[in-house]
Design a protein around this ligand. Structure first.
Ligand SMILES: Cc1cc2nc3c(=O)[nH]c(=O)nc-3n(C[C@H](O)[C@H](O)[C@H](O)COP(=O)(O)OP(=O)(O)OC[C@H]3O[C@@H](n4cnc5c(N)ncnc54)[C@H](O)[C@@H]3O)c2cc1C
Length: 376
């Protein structure tokens, strides 16, 4: 979109409320406002990198070939239209909290009175890579999907997934399901699924091995040279492509904005999801607060608090605190329609129970999509 195209969509004066990113929390929030019959003030903007919001929980199912593209994304225009919000398709590249304005990727400037940031995070790559292999971050999803579509015609022979969390586990199995003839491996710097109990970790490793996926644990991949993957001085193996599903890293403009950020560059928020600057809220992966974990589940849970607090700020009413849950249910897709379940130290996922758990996961994911999809 050109500068003049973006500017023609923007109000000439300062916007009363600007939402950055169509992450899970903003989706839930907008859906709640719709249910409550409340419309944000005229001139409210949603600035989103794309016209659709992708649902991460269904991404591995898409990659495994179990869902169609349209199953996994929500069109933002109908939702915005019903709420009287203007959708601006652009990337935010800078935030100046001193002057209360955002800069977009085409140079356009957006002034705000109240700002809410739900633009997520990016996976981290190895420190050094000589360009001899394709390095593909799992996010942003549109780019990842475009590349995966290309691979469907020409699969990489040797493929490694980097990361030790649920996303890496699910993506490795999904990619194996889609490209059974490719040699697949997974490498992580610590223990695989370190946030989960030992029981689930053992099961997950079993599933990966059964699928023929080589696992490298305690292997912090720091260098790719001449198609060789290195973890310190140890050479792991040769590859053609590397998928990054590593932990979240902050978008650089968070820390450059003048907002108080943690040592990883995520925006520090209080129990109301409000930053040190009372005109800026942050939710999902972008936010840093005690007790919050960076996952889609937690971002979804930020939604109702954000819906209340933005509305309350605009109406000069009392804010509501966000109460993080101690444990979250995790259903990890096994690529074949099955899933493993983890809740605290409890883990379920045998060959018998996995298909049933998979059906439950599909039901939950599809219900989420149904709830948030507005047909124009
Ligand atoms: C393959 C994969 C599978 C996963 N599966 C699960 C799962 O099953 N369960 C789970 O809990 N978590 C899962 N996760 C983690 C989950 O994706 C994230 O924690 C979650 O998406 C964070 O949500 P969010 O609301 O912060 O932002 P996101 O959902 O990442 O959304 C951010 C939005 O902001 C937009 N955006 C980004 N930058 C800008 C910008 N500069 N300007 C404007 N817009 C911008 C993006 O286009 C996107 O629409 C998975 C992650 C991956 C990679």
């Amino acid at each position: 979109m050109t500068l003049s195209a973006v500017e023609s969509m923007l109000p000439a004066h300062t916007s009363p409320l600007v939402l950055v990113g169509a992450g899970h929390a903003h989706l839930v929030m907008m859906r709640m406002w719709l249910q409550q019959g409340w419309q944000p003030p005229t001139g409210t903007l949603l600035i989103s990198a794309g016209a659709q919001a992708w649902y991460s929980g269904m991404m591995p199912g898409l990659i495994a070939g179990r869902f169609a593209l349209e199953d996994c994304a929500i069109n933002l225009q109908p939702l915005c239209q019903r709420l009287g919000i203007t959708l601006v398709q652009a990337l935010v590249t800078a935030l100046n909290t001193g002057e209360k304005h955002l800069t977009l990727d085409d140079g356009a400037r957006v002034n705000y009175q109240l700002l809410s940031i739900n633009s997520g995070s990016r996976p981290m790559g190895p420190d050094l890579c000589d360009g001899s292999v394709t390095v593909l971050p799992a996010k942003p999803f549109p780019e990842f999907i475009r590349h995966w579509q290309h691979w469907r015609h020409q699969p990489p022979v040797r493929l490694m997934v980097l990361g030790g969390g649920a996303a890496a586990f699910e993506l490795a199995l999904a990619l194996k399901q889609q490209f059974p003839d490719s040699e697949l491996s997974l490498a992580c710097s610590g223990v695989l699924l370190h946030n989960h109990g030992q029981h689930l970790r053992t099961r997950a490793q079993h599933w990966l091995r059964m699928a023929g996926i080589q696992i490298y644990q305690h292997s912090r991949v720091d260098r790719i040279a001449d198609k060789q993957v290195y973890a310190g001085h140890q050479r792991l193996q040769s590859i053609d492509a590397l998928v990054l599903a590593t932990g979240a890293s902050a978008l650089p403009w968070y820390a450059q904005s003048g907002l108080m950020c943690d040592d990883q560059g995520f925006i520090m928020v209080d129990s109301h999801l409000r930053s040190r600057d009372a005109r800026v809220f942050a939710a999902g992966d972008a936010a840093s607060s005690t007790g919050s974990v960076r996952s889609g589940v937690f971002s979804v849970r930020h939604g109702p608090t954000l819906a209340h607090n933005l509305r309350a700020t605009l109406q000069a009413q009392a804010l509501m605190p966000y109460q993080p849950q101690k444990n979250a249910l995790a259903l990890l897709a096994t690529g074949d329609g099955g899933a493993l379940m983890s809740y605290g130290t409890l883990a379920i996922g045998s060959r018998l129970s996995a298909p049933l758990l998979g059906r439950w996961k599909d039901y939950l994911d599809l219900s989420f999509m149904k709830r948030h999809r507005i047909v124009s």
